[in-house]
Design a protein around this ligand. Structure first.
Ligand code: SF4
Length: 429
């Protein structure tokens, strides 16, 4: 049987072995094995349970089973786990030691494990709220704090009195829709400050002694006014600083573009990094896919604010994320993948020398039978893009900062993996 890993080794010899493996797992997934259901008792759980297909033995009498969310390979490489019945990858647990081993077809590739569920996720705050319902989530060593998930770009008020609001949300966005998640958090659209009890609860969860996290990334839905969004993030950062959490974690601001004055206040409160996501580089595609960001802030202002962030936080502390593949989907999309590749490389050529790291995650097809399962980019495209971006980082001597974004927080991106392998090899002489 053909080996994906052998083919990749032949065609992408300059990519490290473990990066090729991670990329292959992201695209090919892994076959279901009972060891996945067994690991669910301690692993960080997938959002979606797995429905066992006919013919697969039940697990503890159940046909719908929990499975882990993230692989953790022996060198701390983290990979999003997806089950695909046709995958060449499979798992098997050693009956004596319990060690889980990853195979490609019949060849042993690596021992593996999964990211664990941390103790805080089963705890309650002082007022009896489950800590996992406070707006805090975790993947690996990164905590993600989102107490204001509703995004105002979904409901931009009409300029006509009594007119209908417009939806200027980003085309790919499923998570910013203002919905019932806002209620328990007390978020109200067009209101800057979050209720104090909401912030007290999430701070209590972040302060739990057993998060085993190093990074704390503050995110939230966008506000229509950049200055107001800046003030909301300042309010959150004030609470974190008061609890000593800006000392304990590398805290980063994952807002939309905000004014430089707000960035300075955040920095003075102990926030160390910023990540204002551009999502798409090409100007026309940006306007098509991110109409809110384009019409409310503007692409040039967004980029300017990233450059201002470098002045405020320093070159190792600014990133912008891209939704790789969104530019190839829908009416008006690039028709040639080469255009998409050239445009993505251009983003790195522009941003990286200016101290802004361009980070690409995968966009998954949103229509069709396997929606949410198949990326738009091909595996080869993703590796070509990542090799090109790595070459720019190497040429410029500007790498992703592992304090900000590390192998154990990048479950669907490859940039920290390339950089860690390169810098690790240099350190090892
Ligand atoms: S700005 Fe962010 S939250 Fe709002 S629609 Fe775009 S991606 Fe979603």
């Amino acid at each position: 049987m053909d080996s994906v890993l052998d083919r990749l080794a032949g065609e992408f010899p300059s990519s490290p072995d473990v990066v090729r493996l991670k990329a292959a797992l992201l695209f090919e997934g892994v076959q279901y094995d009972q060891c996945l259901a067994e690991a669910a008792s301690w692993a960080f759980p997938n959002f979606m349970p797995h429905h066992l297909p006919p013919g697969e033995p039940s697990f503890q009498g159940q046909r719908v089973v929990q499975i882990p969310y993230l692989f953790r390979l022996p060198d701390d490489t983290q990979v999003r786990l997806r089950i695909k019945p046709q995958s060449p990858f499979r798992l098997s647990a050693d009956p004596d030691s319990g060690q889980i081993v990853l195979y490609e077809n019949d060849k042993v590739i690596s021992p593996t494990s999964f990211e664990a569920r941390e103790a805080w996720t089963d705890m309650l705050t002082a007022d009896g709220t489950p800590m996992k319902a406070t707006g805090l989530s975790q993947h690996g060593e990164m905590l993600v704090l989102n107490v204001a998930p509703g995004c105002e770009y979904f409901v931009v008020p009409s300029e006509e009195p009594g007119g209908k609001s417009k939806n200027l949300s980003c085309k790919f966005c499923l998570y910013g829709l203002p919905d019932k998640r806002m209620e328990p958090l007390g978020q109200e659209l067009y209101v800057i400050n979050m209720p104090e009890p909401t912030l007290d609860r999430v701070v209590e969860a972040c302060a739990h002694t057993e998060t085993n996290a190093r990074q704390l990334y503050i995110v939230g839905g966008s506000m229509l006014d950049m200055a107001e969004e800046g003030r909301r993030f300042i309010q959150i950062a004030e609470h974190l600083a008061r609890a000593g959490l800006t000392e304990r974690y590398y805290v980063a601001c994952g807002s939309g573009a905000i004014p430089k004055s707000a960035m300075k206040t955040l920095r003075d409160l102990g926030v160390r990094g910023a990540c204002f996501n551009l999502e798409v580089w090409d100007p026309k595609q940006f306007a098509r896919i991110c109409p809110g960001k384009d019409q409310i802030v503007g692409r040039e202002r967004w980029i300017e604010s990233l450059e201002e962030a470098v002045d405020v936080f320093g070159v190792d502390n600014v990133m912008t994320a891209f939704v790789g593949g969104a530019e190839l989907e829908g009416d008006g999309a690039f028709t040639d993948p080469q255009q998409a590749l050239d445009s993505a490389i251009e983003s790195g050529e522009y941003l990286i020398p200016r101290g802004i790291q361009a980070v690409y995650s995968l966009h998954w097809k949103m229509t069709g039978k396997n929606r949410g399962q198949e990326p738009i980019y091909t595996l080869d495209f993703f590796l070509k893009l990542n090799e090109a971006l790595f070459e720019i980082r190497k040429r410029e001597g500007l790498f992703t900062n592992p304090d900000f974004f590390s192998k154990r927080s990048a479950y669907m991106q490859l940039e920290p993996d390339y950089d860690a392998a390169f810098n690790g090899a240099i350190e090892a002489g």
